[in-house]
Ligand binder design. Sequence first.
Ligand code: ASP
Length: 443
Amino acid sequence: MTAGSQIKVCKFGGTSMADAAAIKNVENIIRADSSRSYIVVSAPGKRFKDDDKVTDLLYAAFEARGDGVKFGEIFGKIKLRFDGIINSLGIVYDLKNIYSEIEKEIKLSSTPDYAASRGEYLSALVLAKYLGFAFADTKDIIKFNSKKVFDMELTDTLAGNALRGKKYTVIPGFYGSDPDGRITTFSRGGSDITGSIISSAVGADIYENWTDVDGFLTADPRVVKNPELIDVLSYKELRELSYMGASVLHHEAIFPVKKAGIPINVKNTFDKEKIGTMIMRHVDLPKDGGRTITGIAGKKGYSVINIEKSLLNNEIGFVRKVLSVLEKYGISFEHMPTGIDTLSIVLSGGEFKIPPERLLKEISDEVNPDAISLTNGLSLIAIVGHGMLHKQGTAAKAFAALAEKGINIMMIDQGGSELNIIIAVDTKDYERAINAIYGAFFG
Ligand code: ASP
C-alpha cells in the first residue's frame, strides 16, 4: 500500500460492484492506496449482456408492489443477487431483517425513489462489511428541497460535518432525502453526482470515478471503430460531451466539484494501471497548435420548429412570445438559432408535453407567423473543444467532410464561447456524419 497523505474519494459503478470477483478487484484498488478514504458505490450492474441491473429490478418491484406473486418473484431475484455476493465474498452477513423492512416500505411507497435507492444502500452495506469500513447513509447527509431539487449548500454542510476526518467510510450513491426525510433519488446514473458531492464536502484532492471503460473517448465506440482516448478534459468540455451523449459520467456530476476545482479521474476498474481521463478546471493547450477538437458526441431524436416571419428581427418581443408558450407547458428547448426572418427551436423528442400540432397552433396564435412547420427525425452532433478558439477552419473542415460524403447539414449552431459547434443532420445520416467528422479531425 502506498502511504497517502491526500484524500481521495472513489466511486465504483455498477459493473465494478456486479459480483464478488469484481468487488475483490475493488478491494485491491482501495487497499493499494491509503489515500482512498471515502468510497461511493452503485448498485450491482450487469455481469453479462442480458443480465439484470439491480436498480432495474427495484424499479420493477415498485411497479409490481400491488401484485404479491410478481413482487415476490422480482424481489427474490434481488435477494439472491446480494446473498450470492455475500457468500462468494466469504463473509457472514444476514440481511433477512433488512430485506423484510425494504419489502414492507416498497409496498407502502407512492413513488419509486425509495425502492430504486435500495440497490446502492445494500451494495454499500455489503462493501463496508467486507472491507471493515464504516457506513454512512446518504439519507442523512444529501438533501433535496420539497420540489426534489438538490440542495447543495445544506448538503455540503451536513456531509462535511458527518464525514470530514472520518476516513474509510463506504457511502451509497444515487440518493438523499427531502425535508421530510423521504428518500429522493437523482436521475439514472446519479451515483456519479454523489461521488462529486462527497468530494466537495470532504475537501478531496481528487475524485476517482472507477468504471468499466478506460475513460472518455473522442467518439462513441458504437459508432466509430476504436476511437482515441481523451487523456485530459476541461469541466466545460465534459459538460458539452456528456450532455450530448458521452455516457461515461452523469452530465451533472461536474457541479459539486467545480467550485473547489477538484479534478476527476475516470479510470477502469478492470484495467487499473491505465491512466484514464483526467478532468480539470483548465486544460492548458500549447499556443502553437495542440488539439483543435477534444471529442465528438451526438444524440438522436430531435425535432425543430421552424418559424418564418418577414422583419421578425425588428419585432420587439417576438422571441419572448414564442418562448412564453413553451414556458406555459414546461417545455425546455435545446437550441434556438435565429435569422433575420426565421427562428428555429430545437426540442428533444421527449420534450413535447402536448401534441405537437397544438403547440404549433398556440405559437401561431401568439406571433402570427408567415409560416410555421415541424421537422422530425433529426440528430444533433456536437464537435467540442477549447482548441477551436481563435483557430480558423474548424467548421470548414467539418462541413467539408460532411459535404464530401453527400450529407446535408440541416442546422448549425455555434456559441460565442467557441467551445462547440452543433450540427443537425437527418437521423439516417447520423452514423456516417460522425465518422466523417471523426475522420477529418482524428483519422
Ligand atoms: N444504480 C443507479 C442506476 O442504475 C445509479 C447509478 O448507478 O449511478 O441508474
